[in-house]
Design a binder for this molecule. Structure first.
Ligand code: HEC
Ligand code: HEC
Length: 228
């Protein structure tokens, strides 16, 4: 009988302990959830650029890229207005850290922190995309390579990643090529081919450009300028 009572008392104690443990666990879990939520929100806040704030931070960019990002008075300065923000931000980070060589931009990004860079990327992304024109005699070769690639030499169709109208794929950070200054596009394709530009993840552009000859590069650069 006594043993039985002891057993019941022990059982009640155990249940109390369990309740306390469960309560403690619940509190712990909710603390962790709050911490995680705060972390996620903070990360999102950092990655989200504010275009209006960015407009106040482009003073040093104006001389070369202009207010709308598409002033192209200077040879080989890319048009960046309307380009997707993820691509712009990746390039700014790569240029700032020296992963992508851009001698004319030396020091230009030094006074911008991560949030400033995201803001500036959002600002230029919010501008109108440029429009250009292709040279008629380069369209046939450019179009066929752009849309179908060349299975014989292992060149993938550019349209698969840069989209049929050359607007790129913003969600993946693949750049728009349409309306870009052909001299700049040509320079980049040569730089990928020669390995001078090597900041493309998984060598995606180097492996393609390595198989293109000068005439094909010139045709592609002209063709994409006219896409819209
Ligand atoms: C003195 C001229 C100059 C100034 C000022 C300048 N840039 Fe550039 N920028 C260039 C040139 C030239 C390139 C192309 C580099 C190359 O040949 O690879 C470039 C490339 C870029 C790219 C890559 C574009 C692409 O399509 O890959 C971005 C983004 C960019 N600049 C943003 C900026 C921002 C933001 C500022 C201001 C904080 C700025 N630049 C200031 C000349 C300039
Ligand atoms: C598998 C996807 C893929 C294919 C196919 C592809 N590209 Fe790209 N391309 C990219 C990515 C990603 C980048 C950005 C690399 C980086 O991070 O700097 C890029 C960058 C570029 C740039 C530099 C843009 C700038 O503003 O500096 C040019 C020019 C370009 N590609 C042209 C082409 C052409 C022409 C073809 C077809 C012959 C092609 N690409 C095929 C994914 C692709």
């Amino acid at each position: 009988m006594a043993a039985n009572t002891d057993f019941i008392i022990q059982e009640v104690k155990n249940q109390r302990m369990n309740k306390i443990a469960v309560k403690g666990m619940a509190k712990f879990v909710s603390t962790v959830s709050v911490a995680l939520f705060t972390l996620v929100t903070a990360t999102q806040a950092l990655a989200q650029g504010d275009a209006a704030a960015g407009a106040e931070k482009i003073t040093v960019c104006l001389a070369c890229h202009g207010q709308d990002g598409n002033m192209s008075q200077i040879a080989n300065v890319p048009k960046i207005g309307g380009q997707n923000a993820d691509y712009l931000l990746k390039q700014m980070n790569d240029i700032k850290s020296g992963v992508r060589a851009a001698p004319l931009m030396t020091g230009m990004l030094n006074n911008l922190n991560d949030q400033d860079m995201a803001d500036v990327a959002a600002y230029y992304a919010s501008q109108a995309a440029p429009q250009g024109a292709a040279e008629p005699e380069k369209v046939a070769l450019g179009e066929s390579l752009y849309r179908a690639g060349n299975a014989d030499i292992g060149v993938a169709a550019c349209s698969a990643c840069h989209s049929p109208n050359g607007q790129g794929l913003a969600s993946a950070g693949y750049p728009a090529l349409s309306g870009q200054d052909p001299a700049y596009t040509e320079l980049q394709l040569r730089a990928f081919r020669d390995g001078v530009r090597n900041n493309d993840d998984a060598q995606v552009m180097r492996s393609i450009a390595a198989r293109l000859n000068d005439a094909e590069i010139a045709a592609l650069a002209s063709y994409v300028a006219g896409l819209r």
